[in-house]
Design a protein around this ligand. Structure first.
Ligand code: AMP
Length: 185
């Protein structure tokens, strides 16, 4: 029985990283999104992990919704052949459009931009602006230093312990699949 459509917002690196496993994981997630009949919402770039997930999701038949600011069309090789391409004026608008068109956020390995996107949606959750699930795809413990930092911030009294409950690290795409399938029920 097919699951109802979910829109999955994926934040991830505009670089490939040092290990081919990062790209492989992005491809697995792209294929999964297509197989489940879900929609990928992402930053519309055709580089790094972003390009990997978009090409794999599209290649396997998923609907892809991309959002990119005008000034990054060139640097991030904005992908024009998407189901939907939204070109925004600003980075803030990009994050907002991605987020409002998604049910769930998944964060793959990435750099400062990915961290910014993660903290944006985490802090929106902290101040009660939404209740959307946020998952960190924690391949080989990639995100453990981030989890440790958040635990430290809580332990030192700068955030409520509930902050840690607003996101969940998952070790594999298969584990994420089981959780997303539940959410789609
Ligand atoms: P990175 O993780 O640094 O490779 O960046 C991943 C994505 O985040 C890229 O598409 C960047 O353009 C994007 N990004 C970087 N900074 C911001 C920001 N302040 N707001 C929204 N997206 C950003």
């Amino acid at each position: 029985m097919p699951l109802p459509a979910l829109s999955i917002c994926v934040f991830c690196g505009s670089r490939p990283g040092t290990s081919p496993l990062y790209a492989a994981q992005a491809r697995d997630l792209g294929t999964l999104i297509a197989r489940r009949g879900w929609r990928l919402v992402y930053g519309a770039g055709d580089i790094g992990i972003m390009g990997e997930i978009a090409r794999s999701a599209q290649g396997a038949g998923a609907d892809v919704f991309g959002v990119i600011p005008t000034h990054l069309m060139q640097a991030e090789q904005g992908k024009r052949n998407l189901g939907t391409l939204v070109v925004t004026e600003t980075m803030h608008e990009r994050k907002k459009v991605m987020f409002t068109n998604s049910d769930i956020v998944v964060v793959l390995p990435g750099g400062a931009g990915t961290l910014d996107e993660f903290f944006e949606v985490l802090t929106w959750r902290q101040i009660g602006l939404h209740t959307k699930p946020i998952y960190l795809l924690d391949l080989d413990g990639f995100w453990q230093p981030l989890v440790t930092l958040v635990d430290h911030v809580i332990a030192q009294g700068f955030a409520d312990p509930s902050l840690r409950s607003f996101f969940r690290p998952v070790a594999t795409v298969a584990e994420l699949d089981a959780l997303l399938a539940q959410a789609a029920d």
